[in-house]
Write a protein that binds this ligand. Structure first.
Ligand SMILES: [Zn+2]
Length: 319
């Protein structure tokens, strides 16, 4: 047991990734290296159908959000269990699945080392203090150039801050950080059909901002499919369609690589509130003391989202 109770430390997490990847008949991939020199690794699980499209499950781009990493591992485990009739096996027939359980490996390690105590700024960001999920380039939009300048003029705190002291600091420039650059290059090469990014806490699905009503309808359908797979159904936070780009991974994936991409915030607001009264650390705000019920609730939703997306054509690319 690590300093974080039921949650593994980084060494145990990497050993688990090795074991589950082998069990699923997958191959390990290294996307790149963090600021502190830690490898960012994942498992590539081949489809049983040759030439099948690829999908991505990634987690823990924010340091303390370990329950997302546990959910990603649960998806990988289900792919390797080969239980007939399971939706995970349906997914293996439909797609090659890449699982990256921890993107912000330095933030993860910092969270373990601190026993989950610290400020949001201290635990969420990478080693340079950058919010990695605000460090992706916003979509290019033809002769209007980039939206980055537009967002940069307005300091939207929730959307990402230009202030290095804030937990949502987007960094000195898009892709300034090696972790974001590694994921960016990897996704450009893979052209994933669909992707789920696991975060905590909010009990919410957050699709990207899209440009057409048809794409907004697409996301409503995909999130509905994911919610049907949950016992405790989460909310959907969707802005319809208007252009507000914040440097998040989902916006980049949707608009630049033509990927159906969603953020899934595990662990509901009520659960975190109740738990925080008893366990007042930052870690306990973001992660259930026992991850199992949340993981059991959310891993099937990840699989359902990906399967539903695989039944739709790619969203249009802007690039
Ligand atoms: Zn997050």
């Amino acid at each position: 047991m690590s300093a974080l109770g039921a949650y593994p430390d980084e060494d145990a997490r990497e050993r688990e990734l090795d074991a589950l990847c082998a069990q699923a008949g997958g191959a390990l991939v290294t996307l790149g290296t963090s600021v502190a020199g830690r490898p960012i690794r994942g498992a590539r699980v081949p489809s049983t159908t040759p030439g099948a499209p690829r999908v991505l499950v990634n987690a823990n781009i924010h340091g303390p959000e370990h329950v997302g990493s546990r959910t990603a591992m649960a998806v990988l485990r289900a792919l390797g269990e080969k239980r007939p009739g399971e939706r995970a096996q349906e997914l293996r027939r439909a797609a090659e699945v890449v699982v990256v359980p921890c993107v912000n490996v330095d933030g993860f390690a910092r969270t373990v080392a601190s026993g989950g105590r610290g400020t949001l700024k201290e635990l969420r960001c990478n080693e340079h203090g950058v919010d990695l999920n605000r460090n992706f380039p916003p979509p290019t939009v033809g002769d209007q150039g980039s939206f980055w300048g537009l967002v940069g003029r307005r300091d939207l705190v929730i959307a990402g801050s230009s202030d290095p002291a804030r937990a949502t600091w987007r960094g000195p420039a898009p892709l300034s950080e090696p972790e974001a650059k590694a994921l960016y290059d990897f996704a450009l090469g893979e052209r994933f059909h669909a992707a789920v990014s696991l975060h905590s806490f909010m009990g919410t699905f957050i699709p990207p901002c899209v440009r057409t009503a048809e794409e907004a309808r697409g996301y409503r359908r995909l999130v509905a499919a994911a919610r049907r797979a949950q016992r405790r159904r989460y909310l959907r936070l969707q802005w319809g369609f208007f252009d507000l780009f914040t440097g998040e991974l989902e916006d980049f994936l949707h608009h630049e690589t033509g990927t159906w991409a969603v953020t899934l915030e595990c662990f509901t607001l009520w659960q975190t509130f109740a738990q925080h009264l008893r366990a007042p650390t930052l870690f306990a705000r973001f992660n259930p003391i026992d991850p199992t019920p949340v993981v059991d609730n959310d891993a099937p939703a990840v699989i359902a989202f990906l399967l539903a997306a695989l039944a739709l054509p790619h969203p249009r690319r802007s690039g």
